[in-house]
Design a protein around this ligand. Structure first.
Ligand SMILES: *Cc1c(COP(=O)(O)O)cnc(C)c1O
Length: 374
């Protein structure tokens, strides 16, 4: 018998096998370390809120049951939090899952999506799998997003979706409410604006768009960052009810882990814990900026739970990344110019930040890269 496996769709067949997120566990194995100082994936160094942990622990014996496919309790709590109705909320297995719903529901093969070159990669990943075309604009030198150019490109390319992470990953840059509201006037009316607010919890609510539902916008939020539940895989989208109804047509019914629903619901009642995390992260960002200043490395402005250290060139940034890995430190770096000259470092606990400061100084000595351009 000489059978061959069937072929996937042409779009999938043509895709290279890429893995934007090589796990730190695998990197550790490759570098011969048993553990790493883990500052590369923007996970919370401060863990989940205690009551979320307790609720999940109590619920664990019932893991034999499916979760509520409608996430009704959680959607009601989220609707109260964001002053909308539960019909405006869709829960998913993280923003990564919700991005797939947006692309799956709004893009046909050949359709165009627009984003910043080198931004959070999962969106483009979904677009490629559906034979969509990505058009991109570059970051500014300081990592900010040229919003007017982004929306102008969406209009000229007749895009179906325009994607913005705000605060952005990997740059950390942020566009405040007034600027965003002004720019929104230029979003063509038939474009879906996917606003990825994975780091929205690190901004003051007055800096974000107000809670009103705008029919052009899908806002995506997650429990993975400030709420410390990345491994639970849970996030949500806020949108007009026709958009949420569309997502619900293609959503996998049991996409969300039962324990994640329970943990997320309990986490919403831990505002003081999350506020303390946000405050500590803000202190940590300042500490990193001061560290960069001491070592002759500028840092990019950030409103997220990470900071980019500017090594001046891509080569030097790659050399420092490798030296840090040899020293057991896991960080990542932006992949696309002009910010590929940076390394991106998650804000750790005070102890982790102190350890990082020592290792970064040593790594710079190691590669002879004390200051950019030297
Ligand atoms: C971390 C991150 C995500 C992933 O969120 P999940 O809810 O864990 O899938 C999405 N977008 C951005 C910009 C991120 O940095």
């Amino acid at each position: 018998m000489n059978h061959r496996p069937p072929r996937p769709t042409p779009a999938v067949d043509a895709l290279p096998l890429t893995r934007p997120f090589v796990a730190p566990e695998e990197l550790a194995r490759l570098a011969g370390h048993t553990s790493l100082l883990r500052l590369g994936a923007n996970e919370s160094a401060f863990g989940p809120p205690p009551r979320a942990l307790e609720a999940m622990r109590d619920a664990l014996p019932r893991i034999s049951w499916y979760g509520d496919p409608e996430s009704t309790d959680l959607r009601e709590a989220l609707a109260a939090r964001h002053r909308c109705t539960p019909e405006n909320v869709v829960v998913g297995a993280g923003i990564d899952d919700l991005l797939g719903m947006a692309v799956g529901a709004y893009m046909s093969p050949g359709d165009v999506a627009v984003a910043t070159l080198g931004t959070y990669p999962t969106f483009a990943y979904h677009v490629a799998a559906r034979a969509g075309r990505m058009e991109t604009i570059a970051y500014e030198y300081d990592g900010s997003v040229a919003l007017a150019s982004l929306f102008a490109r969406a209009a000229s390319a007749r895009a179906r979706i325009v994607y913005l992470a705000n605060p952005d990953n990997p740059s950390g840059s942020f566009i405040g409410r007034a600027t965003l509201e002004r720019a929104l006037a230029a979003v063509p009316s038939d474009v879906l604006f996917v606003l990825d607010e994975a780091y929205g919890d690190f901004a003051a609510s007055t800096q974000l768009l107000p809670d009103e539902i705008d029919p052009r916008i899908v806002r995506m939020r997650t429990f993975s960052k400030a709420y410390g539940l990345a491994g639970a895989r849970i996030g949500y989208a806020l949108a007009d009810r026709t958009v949420t109804a569309t997502f619900n047509k293609i959503r996998i019914q049991y996409n969300v882990n039962r324990n994640a629903q329970i943990g997320a619901l309990a986490a919403l009642e831990e505002e003081p814990f999350v506020a303390a995390v946000v405050a500590e992260v803000a202190d940590g960002r300042e500490e990193y900026a001061a560290l960069g200043h001491r070592l002759g490395l500028p840092t990019l402005p950030s409103l997220a739970n990470f900071v980019n250290f500017d090594l001046g060139t891509r080569e030097r940034a790659e050399a420092v990344l490798a030296a840090l890995m040899r020293a057991g430190v896991f960080v990542r770096k932006p992949g696309a110019p002009p910010i590929d000259r940076c390394i991106r470092v998650t804000v750790g606990t005070g102890e982790e930040r102190a350890a990082f400061a020592t290792r970064l100084a040593e790594a710079l000595d190691d590669v002879g890269a004390k200051s950019p351009g030297s």
